[in-house]
Every structure is written in C-alpha cells, then in structure tokens.
Design a protein around this ligand. Structure first.
Ligand SMILES: O=C(O)c1ccccc1NCC(=O)[C@H](O)[C@H](O)COP(=O)(O)O
Length: 203
C-alpha cells in the first residue's frame, strides 16, 4: 500500500512523515490554507530522503507555471487537479518526473491509469483537500494499475475504504490535521499505520 501524506508545511511535518514511513509527501502550490511558496517547498523537499517521493500539487495552474515551480522547488513529481487536457500532460512529460492525474469520478471520467500519459491516477472527492468523502460504490470499474484513493480518509476509516475500493495507494490531508492546514503529528503516524495494516487484511 503506497501512502501519500499531503499538504505539509513545516520541517516538523516532513520529519514526522518520513519517520511514520510515508512513501510520498505533497506540497500544495495552489491557493489553499496549505499553500507553500517555492522557497519553502524547496527547503522542505531538500529534507526528504530519496526513497520518499516529493509531489508538487497544482490546481488549474498553467503548465508553464507548473514547470517553473517544479524546477525551482526541485520537486520530484507533479499532481494536477482540474480540467487539464491530455496535451498538458504531454507538455509536462519533458520535466521527466512522474505525473499524477487527479480526477473526480463521473460517468465520463477516463479511469485508465496512463490514459493521459500520467504515472499515477488519483481518484478524489469533487473538492480536493476538503476532507469530504465520496461514494465509493460509484466506482463500478476499478482502475487497473497504480491508482490512489483520496477524499476524507482518516486512520479510522481507511481500512474500510481500502476494503471497498481496493486501491494501489491512499492519499490524505484533512484527516491528519488538528485544524485546517495544521498537521497533527500523532494523526500522521496513526494514518500510516492504519493504511499499512489495511493492505494486509483479507476482505
Ligand atoms: O489541499 C488543498 O488545499 C488542495 C488545494 C488544491 C488542490 C489540491 C489540494 N489538495 C489535494 C490533497 O491534499 C490530496 O490529494 C487529497 O485531495 C486529500 O484530500 P482530503 O484528505 O480529503 O483532505
């Protein structure tokens, strides 16, 4: 089970994520209580060991800006939320970092991992980073490959969500916070532990 902890803003957040055993950490570049500036992202990313993926999170940011911020911050992966066409992913392929296509499930959503050239697919609630859950029973065609489940996950519900959706990985932000934008380090540890345990349970 691949575990991504998103919306980190401080060195203590990063140290806790690494200590807890996260596989990836996300830094939000778009407008949000979790937004970090490029200098902060660069400083935080530099403190992340190579085995943990650093992911820049963008919503409706023009691709030139995504490229600039990714290079400036020395981030090792890019997650795109919003109505990005396939050409945006093709344009960003030359960054030579894994791309994550974040989508909301609708009848029109292409849930094939790699359909836009992305390395990973993220199925999220309609309001990314809101802590809202979405109806997992609407996932009638499960994606094949490396896809992450997000949307209102917590240490208390991740096992049940994983049992139902059977994702390759999970992503969380709100569920590891004490208040919006403020990470709770005990909740971060609890989430990673619960996510790891969920993958070893038989349905
Ligand atoms: O976190 C934000 O504020 C945010 C802003 C703009 C685009 C994406 C954003 N967050 C993405 C994530 O944190 C995760 O990928 C995921 O949506 C977590 O959702 P949740 O656990 O429900 O907070």
């Amino acid at each position: 089970m691949f575990v991504k902890l998103c919306g980190l803003r401080t060195e203590a957040d990063v140290a806790t994520a690494v200590d807890a055993g996260a596989d990836a950490v996300g830094f939000v570049f778009s407008r949000s209580p979790r937004q970090v500036d490029p200098d902060t992202a660069r400083r935080l990313a530099a403190a992340v060991p190579a085995h943990v993926l650093t992911v820049g999170v963008f919503r409706e940011t023009p691709t030139d800006e995504v490229r600039r911020l990714t290079v400036e911050s020395d981030i090792r992966a890019v997650q795109l939320h919003g109505d990005y066409p396939r050409s945006a992913f093709e344009n960003l392929a030359s960054l030579d970092v894994p791309l994550v296509r974040a989508v909301t499930l609708t009848p029109e959503t292409d849930v094939r991992v790699g359909a836009f050239g992305e390395r990973m697919l993220l199925l999220d609630s309609p309001e990314a980073g809101s802590g809202h859950r979405w109806d997992l029973s609407s996932l009638t065609t499960r994606p094949a490959g490396d896809w992450l489940l997000a949307g209102g996950l917590t240490a208390a519900n991740v096992a049940e969500a994983v049992a139902e959706a059977r994702p390759w990985g999970v992503d969380v932000s709100s569920g590891i916070e004490s208040s919006r934008g403020v990470k709770d380090h005990a909740l971060m540890h609890a989430f990673v532990k619960a996510a790891r345990e969920s993958s070893t349970r038989t349905p």
